[in-house]
Design a protein around this ligand. Structure first.
Ligand code: ZN
Length: 324
């Protein structure tokens, strides 16, 4: 079995339960009960599933919407508490678990301080942010210092979905389309495109933004982004064609999309240096995700990259050849 790293994998920290209730209550009670149990588990089943799937390391992040839903006066403290809680859990199993920080993006300076504390002092491998903060997106100049620090630290920013700030008119009366089925992907994909077309990757060429769920569908539209941007630039000036920021700055995981056709399309668009395996545990099934990637029609080198080495390079972990 190919050794794997996964890094869209969630946990629940004490004090954040109420923020997740909105989507947990949409599930049947038996499923949501098991989900909460799995979110709260750091050993036992979580590690057993990793062992069975050849997952050598998993990078944990606080489940959504987390700190992004909190008020500014609470967010700084509670992100700190969630990160301290995670650090304790990692310390108990440091050879298997790593962490992505929660950040109070409400205030760029506070986000920078928490990023520095968690990455520099606590060994976290980056951050996972659940989209916008009360309708604020991170392409504006007030976030330049944040992107500069992320680039300087050399760690990735996982842009995870969240509910739209205001539901788009077209789905405002169709609840089933507002969440994980469709709306979250549109929200996260649009946020990533705001960063791209807002010039964040021109100002900070070393920044890496990770999108889950097979890149929220964006890899499949690279050609069209170039073609229509050439036709309608609307005063936006980018150093590269939009497609060229994929893999260079936007990388993706396979979390929650276990389709060989989609995987091969994404690898065709971005190469095996831009596509990485992940599960989205406990929302998705680890065994199904492992089976999907083990049976994917990739050659050995591409499978090694997608399962392990591309993530290892992104996260500053040893590559398989180095570890052997
Ligand atoms: Zn997720």
């Amino acid at each position: 079995m190919t050794p794997k790293i996964t890094f869209e994998e969630h946990f629940m920290a004490p004090g954040f339960e109420k923020y997740s209730e909105a989507f947990l209550k949409l599930m049947p009670a038996d499923q949501s009960g098991q989900l909460v149990q799995r979110l709260n588990g750091f050993d036992g089943e979580r590690i057993e599933l990793m062992d069975r799937g050849g997952i050598v390391r998993t990078v944990l992040s606080l489940t959504g919407p987390g700190a992004q839903s909190e008020s500014l006066d609470r967010a700084v403290d509670s992100a700190r508490r969630a990160n301290d809680f995670l650090a304790e859990k990692i310390a108990a199993q440091p050879d298997r678990l790593s962490g992505f920080a929660s950040l109070p993006m409400h205030d760029p300076d506070a986000a920078i301080a928490e990023l520095q504390r968690t990455v520099r002092d606590m060994g976290f491998l980056g951050c996972l942010v659940n989209g916008h903060t009360h309708g604020t997106y991170y392409d504006g100049p007030e976030y330049d210092a944040f992107w500069a620090e992320l680039e300087r630290l050399g760690v990735p920013f996982y842009l995870h979905p969240i509910n739209a700030h205001a539901d788009p008119y077209v789905i405002r009366d169709v609840p089933v389309l507002q969440g994980a089925v469709w709306g979250w992907g549109v929200e996260a994909g649009s946020h990533a495109l705001r960063l791209l077309f807002g010039g964040v990757f021109d100002r900070f060429p070393g920044v890496k933004v990770v999108l889950g769920h097979m890149g929220e569908g964006l890899p499949f539209l690279r050609w069209r982004f170039d073609s229509r941007f050439r036709a309608y630039p609307q005063g936006v000036d980018l150093r590269l064609a939009p497609s060229e920021y994929f893999t260079r700055n936007i990388v993706i995981t396979t979390s929650g999309v276990c389709s060989h056709a989609s995987l091969m399309g994404a690898v065709g668009e971005m190469g095996a240096d831009g596509v990485m395996f992940s599960v989205d545990y406990p929302y998705e099934d680890t065994a199904a995700a492992v089976d999907f990637i083990e049976t994917a029609p990739l050659d050995d080198e591409a499978r090694r990259k997608v399962c392990h080495d591309t993530a290892a390079a992104l996260l500053g972990l040893p590559l398989l050849a180095e570890a052997a």
